[in-house]
Ligand binder design. Structure first.
Ligand code: ATP
Length: 370
């Protein structure tokens, strides 16, 4: 394996935005193993069309390996991904044979925390108006980004039990918010808005109830917004945000919020835009190896039936191409998904009759023709 130059400054390695890119592929479990190969197929077509090399190396980390060898994330894996790959294409983790989901926590949370992937980017984009459950809404009304803080908050695992298993039991879970962590995600949201010509950023918290943790969010937001005078800044409490997203989603361009709230509102957003099968996400640290995945999980109820919708994974691949600087190619993938929706060349979850592989083949040939 060739080794990517170390990148302590956080700057992009030289080959980014240009020549080859190395992608680590982790299909994982369940339908992750069905949708990820379709994305790789489509990405190969993209690379051939662009005459630029994309190299893929697959890793079999997931429930099978965990059950057979007791191994989730192998020693040295994080460093190897960080140093030798530009991006990670991830499927899904979760398996009924591992009820604790320990392997999933080790692998996915391990990568998010150890690679310091502090941005969870979840685009909410309606690709065809028949897909939204909202009445009288079109593609122009539902198009915004949710940026969820991805390395802190209630997900850090600080807490404990007292008198566990008794009638007097107490359970505590701490919400951890650092000045650095809050500032970098808010700043990322503004930078994204500026770079993409978007006019509005909404920060959402619950500072009226969480008077310490979200007081910090308020103070940082007030400071950072001053640096972006051309962008309209707005604050909404998280309960109001949820209501407003349903009442009038057209009022949002960029939403930025904490880890837990981001988890919830981005799923709400996914439903506004057609459901889990279509929703992509990126776990990003600008300038470093970042991870792209569909929002859905391993869906054991449909795994192996060949009907999983590959669009979430393909749209996550489009985000990965944007991240690598292959913007035009990312756009081709999105256009391909839109074309498949227009022609109803879709899996049963979207009302179609096609199989996962058929949809992947269709997209690959769309890319070749585009
Ligand atoms: P996990 O435990 O890994 O999160 P899950 O089944 O609890 O799995 P998801 O996989 O996120 O959660 O999906 C919930 C349901 O949505 C699935 O059971 C499935 O019916 C449907 N679903 C999710 N993703 C897809 C997809 N890509 N194609 C078709 N249906 C999907």
């Amino acid at each position: 394996m060739t080794t990517k130059p170390m990148n302590p400054s956080g700057k992009l390695p030289l080959r980014w935005g240009g020549e080859a890119a190395r992608i680590a592929v982790i299909p994982g479990d369940g339908i992750g193993k069905e949708v990820t190969p379709e994305s790789v197929k489509v990405l190969r077509a993209v690379a051939a069309r662009a005459k630029r090399p994309l190299e893929f190396v697959e890793f079999d980390w997931g429930a099978d390996k965990y059950l057979k060898e007791g191994l989730s994330l192998p020693a040295g894996a994080v460093e190897m991904l960080r140093d030798e790959f530009d991006a990670i294409l991830f499927g899904a983790l979760g398996d009924p044979r591992v009820p604790s989901n320990q392997h999933a926590a080790d692998i996915l949370l391990g990568l998010r925390f150890k690679l310091d992937l502090y941005v969870n980017a979840r685009p909410v984009e309606l690709l065809h108006e028949r897909l939204t459950p909202l009445r009288d809404r079109t593609e122009n009304d539902i198009r915004f980004m949710v940026f969820r803080e991805n390395t802190e908050g209630l997900y850090v695992g600080v807490g404990g039990f007292f008198k566990k298993g008794t009638a007097d039991e107490i359970a505590m879970q701490e919400d951890v918010n650092s000045r650095k962590g809050v500032e970098r995600i808010i700043r990322y949201a503004y930078d994204y808005a500026r770079q993409n010509g978007l006019k509005r950023v909404c920060m959402s918290d619950k500072s009226n109830a969480m008077t310490f943790a979200h007081d910090l969010w308020q103070r940082v937001f007030k400071e950072v917004r001053q640096e972006y005078p051309k962008i309209e800044s707005r604050h909404l409490y998280i309960d109001t945000l949820a209501m407003e997203m349903v009442r009038d989603p057209s009022q949002f361009d960029v939403i930025v919020t904490c880890n837990l709230f981001g988890d919830i509102v981005s799923d709400l957003g996914a439903q506004l835009a057609g459901g889990l099968g279509l929703a992509p996400s990126g776990n990003i640290h600008p300038g470093r190896t970042s991870l792209f995945e569909p929002v859905h999980g391993s869906a054991p109820n449909i795994a192996g039936k060949r009907i999983a919708n590959p669009f979430g994974s393909v749209l996550a691949s489009a985000m990965m191409l944007d991240f690598l600087g292959w913007k035009e190619e990312g756009q081709v993938l999105r256009e391909g998904v839109k074309a498949a929706l227009r022609e109803s060349f879709v899996t049963p979850d979207l009302g179609g009759v096609k199989q996962t592989v058929e949809v992947g083949d269709w997209l690959a040939s769309y890319v070749e023709r585009a």
